[in-house]
Design a protein around this ligand. Structure first.
Ligand code: C5J
Length: 227
């Protein structure tokens, strides 16, 4: 049964069995004190506010039977999948692969690369390791979605203007309809967050829709009760 949520620029209609909740990079390295984000000088408390509403949405999506996809940005320990340009970027002492308080920065298998415990994937949920900002770049995400008949994505996570935006743009070009609940995405820069959301819904929804998690809960909860 199709569900309708209020969103900008207009209502977003989705069928739960043909929709995936995509949770982008809710990793210790981005969210926790001592992680890569903080080592770069960012205020990680800006991202902490995303965890509670996203956890509620994740629980509802699981109960309503949406496909759940978690992504993690990171690299192989030998850095062979990291473009030299990405490693050089920033020019600081600490970069991807450096040793930090949470192990080697953005390296698969290290503590900082893990998803925060509040949003830990359940057994059987898709966990997609991605070397880039977008979740479609150099991953099998498109194949997984196509094989499940997924047409729409609810895109959440961090950061709004980097990995969330890149993923929404990639998805949009591939024909997926994307809804971004604004309270379930976050940025170290409040102004980038605001403008990033406005950019998605501008011009009649040039990249997709922007909504709120409570409106999703309002339609998912009755759908769970009916099932
Ligand atoms: C960044 C991300 N900001 N997940 N990664 O480098 O947005």
């Amino acid at each position: 049964m199709a569900l309708t949520v209020p969103a900008s620029p207009y209502d977003f209609v989705f069928e739960p069995t043909r929709t995936a909740l995509v949770v982008i990079d809710m990793q210790r390295d981005f969210l926790e004190p001592g992680g890569f984000g903080e080592l770069l000088g960012n205020d990680v408390s800006e991202l902490a506010r995303v965890v509670a509403p996203l956890r509620a949405l994740l629980d509802a999506a699981r109960d309503a039977g949406l496909l759940v996809v978690h992504t993690r940005e990171g690299h192989r320990p030998d850095l062979s999948d990291a473009p030299p340009s990405k490693l050089a970027r920033g020019g600081g002492e600490l970069t991807i692969g450096s040793h930090g308080p949470k192990g080697r920065i953005l390296i698969r298998g290290e503590e900082g690369h893990d998803i925060v415990p509040e949003l830990a994937p359940l057994p059987g949920e898709v966990v997609l390791d991605k070397p880039g900002k977008g979740a479609f770049h150099a991953t099998d995400l498109e194949l997984l979605l196509r094989n499940r008949g997924i047409e729409r994505l609810i895109v959440t996570g961090v950061t709004t203007e980097v990995c969330v935006h890149t993923t929404v743009r990639e998805a949009n070009d591939r024909g997926y309809e994307c809804l971004v609940p604004g309270d379930c995405v976050g940025s170290y820069f409040p102004e980038f967050h605001e403008v990033g959301l406005r950019m998605i819904a501008a011009q009649g929804g040039i990249f997709g829709w922007v909504g709120h998690s409570q409106d999703l809960l309002d339609v998912l909860t009755p759908a769970i009760a009916r099932s």
